[in-house]
Design a protein around this ligand. Sequence first.
Ligand code: UTP
Length: 408
Amino acid sequence: MNLEQAKAKLEKYGQMQVLRYYDELDDAQKEALLAQIDATDMSIQENCAHQEELGKRGVISPLTCMEIPEIEAGREEFDRIGLEAIKAGKVAALLLAGGMGTRLGSDDPKGMYNVGKTRDLYIFECLFNNLREVTDRAGAFVHIYIMTSEKNNDATVRFLKENNYFGYPESHVHFFMQDMAAATDYNGKIYLEEKGRMATSPNGNGGWFISLVNAGLLDNVHANGIEWFNVFAVDNVLQRIADPVFVGATIAKNCTVGSKVVRKAAPDEKVGVICLEDGKPSIVEYYDLTEDLMNAKNEKGDPAYNFGVILNYLFSTAQLEKILNGALPLHIVEKKIPCLDENGNLFKPETPNGYKYENLVLDMIHQCDSCLPFEVVREREFAPIKNKTGVDSVESAQALLEKNGVIL
Ligand code: UTP
């Protein structure tokens, strides 16, 4: 793209501020900026003007969950089916580690955070330890695909290599990078993070399968005979990965996706709730859950929307390939975005200063044919690290790890 073409594109989308320092750049920087302008989808920023429309929902109704008593009754059978699939190499783990972890406030990838007290214990290490429990039992390694982003890929790969993947075989670890999206101020104007570079952030965790395909890994997936992907977040240190009972239950119930869920602590708890939307499985974010839905009861008299998702899903590969080209809704998320200030100096805000644009994995559930919500015990499987202190923090996760017998 040459300068004239770049100007035409920026003018069309009202983003001419991107060229503010163009004349100060050297030739290489100019070329890099023009290439970035060329590659950036600027149409998404236009959504700022009509955000309400993005949140429009279909008709919500309850989706029956497999609750703990039913799981216990079927445990042996589910475990057998799941373990068989794992031994046969049909199950892969998919670690979402492309996020910026801005709330935690560390410059390193979140997985490098050390949660140990008397020894080193990194978040990545907790996850590999959890996975090892299953692979030791199965006597077979599970392929793990790790999604990083441009911002944290090098640091992530280096750290895991240096630590020998915490004892996991390198042959079973695969990395790929997700795409980036431009970040803007509250008026949808793209920020600069350098004089010759627009501010970008990872485009959400919803593009993981497309990114995996774009990275050329689908042949590898097929060659490895992978029929299921257990997708999970980097920041839940109690995460059960490739849990045979969950895998077995999803297969036994003939569902194309399974979702681990926890019973809500209160009707207004801030978790996405699993349900049906226009008759298809879906997840309604807590801010979209109306008072009526919050207080609705099912035929047993229990709250009808009582199970929240914990970002641990099992997708069938066949289903993923079927929905590959389906567009996901866009989420506009308020975040802290490092950017140039009025004087052209880099400024790292302490509070949110604009928007990032993301697709979310939870919206993939609505594209799937059938979903099994699978209840787990919160204290055993859900210890997310989002913040430095308080709710969902390093401290709360440490307490839960200790409660589950992990020595810190
Ligand atoms: P979060 O929604 O907590 O986002 O990610 P985050 O970027 O890690 O943290 P904050 O909001 O800036 O504090 C949930 C999971 O999805 C992954 C994260 O790495 C985490 O495992 N994720 C998020 C991606 O892989 N890519 C993204 O673009 C966003």
